[in-house]
Design a protein around this ligand. Sequence first.
Ligand SMILES: [Zn+2]
Length: 335
Amino acid sequence: MTRDQFRPKDADGEHFLLTTVVGSYPQPAWLDAARDLVDEDALSESDLAEAEDDAVKAVTGDMCRAGLDVVTDGEQRRTGMVEYFAQFVDNYENDGDGDGWNSRMPTVTGEVASDSPWLVDDYEFAAEVSERPVKTTITGPFTLASFCSMEAYDNDVEALAYDMADLVAAEASRLADAGARWIQVDEPALGMSPHADIAQECLTRIDAEVPDDVRLGVHICSGEYENLVPEMFEFPVDEVDLEFASTDADDPHDLFEGVDLPIDIGYGVVDTQSKDADSVDEIVERIEHGLEVIPADRMTVATDCGLKPLPRDAAEEKIQNMVAAARRVEAGLNE
Ligand SMILES: [Zn+2]
């Protein structure tokens, strides 16, 4: 089991509910302003790097003060979950063609390749400034292959996904060498297009490069998972992280009733689509509902999805309430 390494020393009860966020966290408005100032030559790239460092210090501080067992860097350096990775991948170009949302989708111009680290510096900085262990999120191969336009690969998303999986696997290996102990592969595309077979092969390639003591997870957005069960229970990961708090999300009983889970479930209990605070009582109710079908030692209490779209004070209140609720339920289990 890879979760015990994240149990704080003072959490000495029989049961321990591991708490974390999915990954992203609101970026301070001044960080966007700093990016604009770089475009206007009023700030240098090194000034922007300093601003990003300060943002990581600020948001890991929010997460540590909320009491999360495992934090992230809030993806403060990323302007988008796909195009951020284009800078590291050859023949995966941020060319800005297209309109609106599409303008942020890279174009595949040839066989993808990469020989430089992607997130190692980001991980090392966050680990240095955070008082809690840091999880690293990395956009998954199926999503990198789906959220792009293709001028190569004959529009074969599957073939591109496998090549991307080899690149993500190499990066996961570099992260593990740098000391990362929890790597989460983010696959929003899998929620929209439930190709469990492609995900299985991609995750198998990544798992092969990740040491056994490093926790490997996969996060799938959407809240609707009936087309991915039971296949996702066989994914070669320690944890599958899912949404359950949003209005349209599945009932965990429909997915897990009678299932002897071979993996942990990242159990989303905070609605990241709504600015309204989820109260501690509401979150307690959601956790207890999940515990009817997920054993406590298989449950990771988490937000539904990334918190980036929310105002920062709303995000902070949500994680504070989530930790308070988890600790209340945990105390009840340990009575
Ligand atoms: Zn998500």
